[in-house]
Design a protein around this ligand. Structure first.
Ligand SMILES: [Zn+2]
Length: 135
């Protein structure tokens, strides 16, 4: 108990903002909003019977019975499974469109248009779909 009085430690200083490494921007919640080139998708001409799933989270999105050839260059569907997708207004190209996103993981899937034979066309990127053939 004969220790000499400890010297007061210098207070720990917070680093000044200038000495902090730059913080990268937080990652966006959804993956980049990209559209594959028309006619390039591996599932565009797929006519097998089965289901189409979200390529990111495996959420079931469409049945092959709903797929049709819209001539747009992208896989097109009349209707998704119930609650499979969500809509988001999209003004990216300066025109009002409706973006289709996965209801589960919120990735961009494609766009919805009120045209085609049933006034309902989901134009979806092949790259955002996984197809599982019905056994
Ligand atoms: Zn998903």
């Amino acid at each position: 108990m004969s220790n000499s009085t400890p010297k007061p430690k210098p207070p720990i200083q917070n680093p000044t903002p200038a000495s902090l490494p730059p913080t990268p921007n937080p990652a966006p919640f959804s993956l980049p909003h990209t559209t594959e080139p028309a006619g390039s998708g591996k599932l565009l001409h797929n006519k097998e019977t089965g289901n189409y799933f979200c390529a990111n989270c495996k959420n079931p999105l469409f049945n092959s019975k709903e797929k049709f050839d819209s001539g747009s260059g992208w896989p097109s569907f009349f209707n998704p499974f119930k609650d499979a997708v969500e809509f988001k207004p999209d003004k990216l190209l300066g025109i009002q469109r409706t973006e289709v996103i996965c209801n589960k993981c919120k990735i961009h899937l494609g766009h919805f248009f009120k045209d085609g034979p049933k006034n309902s066309r989901y134009c979806i990127n092949s790259k955002d779909l996984n197809f599982e053939k019905k056994k």
